[in-house]
Design a protein around this ligand. Structure first.
Ligand code: GTP
Ligand code: MG
Length: 628
């Protein structure tokens, strides 16, 4: 998001404790849609955007990872310090620092403001969450606070549309006055050594003047937490929540999915009716509609899954779940800090791997990176849902939907294998002691509707963009490879068997035959290396071009698979997708975050190994049980 002429503009940097609302404020100022959630450590890298001052002047705004102090303990905090100090080669010193503080927790937040002030950097303080402070009856004397801190202080409410009005109004003059601001003398810096105790004394003094009613200890809602964080009741609640989520993915999505399927059928019928038979019609029907459409139908399920995740993220529940699982995670050698990166990996391993920057210990961080791709990312959902839809009957088991149960089981399989792998990594390879979990518990919040809607929209956009770019283009390439060269005169099989893709599939078949995959699957796995959902689109195209009832595939890959594959093959492919590292972006981000090829190579190696072994075992056990 860096803008070409950004270097010439005045620059603001948003700095503050984790979870005080910096990103929410950034989004308000710049119109960006960066992720906002109610736990510490959401933002782990620097993001820039443009804001417009009331007088029409543009300014560059930089959002930064939260930090408790200017002595960084984790890689994400280091990013913040580097930007504040102008140590990044590509980025000069910010002209003004907007110190964002949580007005309901000044006792903790002001310490960082004092540290910033002692560096002598031009500063303006945004007293964020002013709405919550007011609701709690917390009186803050803003002019007195400004006088004590020696810089402008404004109230903000980052979740309200105009909650940044005061800040905007002050920015112009704060930028203009930045040179005039008083710099602390060297003597003052020496006398006040900036030690934690000295800072805390100063915070207490300022609060006694400006906010005498500020609570000594932040309040936690102990009533709810007695249940939510109870070792037994809490775990039961967590299991119930996750379980409901997977049930909903199947039961709520049926209607919108049928609508999308009907639209696709209508489109392919229309093309078939209005176009003469030929390559162009095949490209549209077998390539675009069968390929892209077969992925598109999963949009409702993905949005339901993300809807649940967004609600959990914004409510403040997640860090509590992290505490609940900390002992369990500690037992396999993972830090409780790994919980949130691993949870983000359910959306996508790429932000998950990046979120490990909040883990201070390198070994813990590496172990977490290594298992992040085992969390079931949303790109697997189309694959799982397709195979479950084709092979698992829509029955209820007691009060539960069997398909939801199987999906839940696949997610659990991912988590359990991650636990096992983490255990092995830590025991055999890098011993490091258990580090107690230190994580701030945010207050519970009613998820904001605006945030929820924006989050869902953002998810839909990301999915549709993937469908429209990578999935679309790979499907087209696959259609070409599957249609040329044309079959020789007098050929008997389907044309695709003579094409380039057909030959690749035939060449790969011996590798995959032992795990029950046919040549069609072998073809689909190749473009599926780039991204998992592509395999679904590829199956759509391959079967549309095979002789398996070509007309039907565009809107209904499911019945075609159900009639062509054995249950053992389907189960084996599911097992394959639990493990296989079919995602180049994940390997690329691991390379970037670990700064070495060794770890992505190791990751790809062990995941392919596991995938093959798991699929082999699944296939042969299933065949032995009569599912072949
Ligand atoms: N009520 C209220 N909630 C707010 C306000 N500002 C932010 N929030 C909520 O506070 C939570 C944290 O917001 P973020 O913007 O993600 O915080 P952050 O400072 O960027 O957090 P990190 O990136 O983890 O450092 C979210 O749940 C927001 O919806 C506010 O002014 N009032
Ligand atoms: Mg943030």
């Amino acid at each position: 998001m860096t803008t070409p002429h950004a270097t010439a503009l005045p620059r603001l940097a948003l700095v503050g404790n984790p979870n005080c609302g910096k990103t929410a404020l950034f989004n308000l100022l710049t119109g960006a849609r960066q992720k906002v959630a109610n736990y510490a450590g959401v933002t782990v890298e620097r993001k820039a955007g443009l804001a417009t001052l009331p007088d029409g002047r543009p300014v560059q705004v930089v959002d930064l990872p939260g930090t408790y102090s200017l002595t960084p303990a984790t890689p994400d905090e280091q990013v913040t310090l580097d930007v504040i100090e102008g140590r990044r080669a590509d980025e000069p010193l910010p002209d003004l620092i907007v110190a964002v503080v949580d007005a309901t927790n000044l006792r903790m937040n002001l310490r960082l403001v004092l540290e910033l002030q002692r560096r002598g950097r031009p500063l303006i303080v945004a007293l964020n969450m002013a709405d919550v402070a007011r609701a709690h009856g917390l009186a803050i004397d803003v002019p007195a606070l400004a006088a004590e801190l020696g810089c402008p202080v404004v109230e903000t409410v980052a979740i309200r549309r105009d909650g940044h009005a005061q800040l905007l109004a002050q920015l112009g003059s704060a930028l203009a006055a930045k040179q005039a601001q008083r710099q602390p003398t060297a003597g003052a810096l020496l006398a006040d050594d900036g030690s934690a105790a000295a800072l805390q004394r100063e915070v207490r003094r300022i609060l006694s003047v400006a906010a005498p009613s500020a609570p000594r200890n932040p309040r936690f809602q102990l009533g709810i937490d007695a249940v939510v964080m109870h070792p037994v009741a809490g775990l039961a609640l967590l299991a119930l929540l996750l379980f409901l989520m997977f049930q909903a993915v199947f039961s709520w999505a049926a209607v919108p999915m049928d609508a999308i399927k009907a639209a696709l059928a209508w489109a392919s019928d229309g093309v078939n009716a209005h176009m003469a038979e030929g390559p162009l019609r095949s490209l549209l029907v077998d390539g675009v509609i069968a390929g892209v459409g077969s992925v598109l139908v999963f949009l409702p399920q993905i949005l339901i899954l993300f809807g649940f995740i967004l609600l959990l993220e914004d409510s403040g529940y997640l860090p509590r779940a992290a505490f609940l699982l900390d002992t369990l995670m500690g037992r396999v050698g993972l830090s409780g800090r790994a919980f949130i990166p691993l949870l983000s990996s359910f959306a996508c391993a790429v932000p998950g791997v990046m979120a490990t920057r909040t883990i201070a210990s390198w070994k813990d961080r590496l172990a977490t990176i290594m298992i992040a791709p085992l969390m079931t990312c949303s790109a697997r959902l189309p694959v799982y849902a397709l195979l479950i839809g084709a092979f698992i009957p829509a029955r209820s088991v007691g009060p539960f939907d069997l398909r939801g149960l199987v999906l839940f089981g696949l997610y659990v399989a991912g988590v359990l294998s991650a636990v096992a792998v983490a255990w092995v990594f830590k025991r055999l390879w890098m011993k490091s002691g258990y580090q107690p979990l230190m994580l701030e518990l945010p207050p519970y919040r009613l998820p904001s509707l605006r945030n929820f809607a924006l989050g869902l929209w953002e998810r839909a956009r990301i999915f549709l963009r993937r469908v429209g770019t990578i999935i679309f283009s790979l499907t087209i390439v696959l259609w070409f490879l599957s249609s040329w060269p044309a079959p020789p005169a007098g050929a008997t099989g389907a044309a695709i068997e003579y094409s380039a893709a057909g030959r690749i599939g035939a060449a790969l078949e011996p590798v995959f035959a032992p795990i029950g995959f046919n040549w069609q699957i072998s073809i689909a796995l190749v473009p599926g290396m780039a991204a998992r959902e592509v395999a679904v689109g590829a199956l759509g195209t391959v079967y549309a071009l095979s002789d398996a009832g070509a007309e039907d595939v565009a809107d209904a890959l499911t019945p075609v698979l159900a009639s062509q594959w054995s249950l053992a093959t389907a189960l084996s492919l599911l097992a394959w997708f639990v493990f296989a590292p079919q995602c180049l972006s994940t390997l690329a981000v691991v390379r970037r975050e670990t700064n070495s090829w060794r770890y992505p190579a190791l990751m790809a190696g062990y995941l392919f190994g596991l995938a093959y072994v798991a699929a082999f075992a699944t296939y042969h056990i299933a065949v032995a049980l009569g599912a072949g």
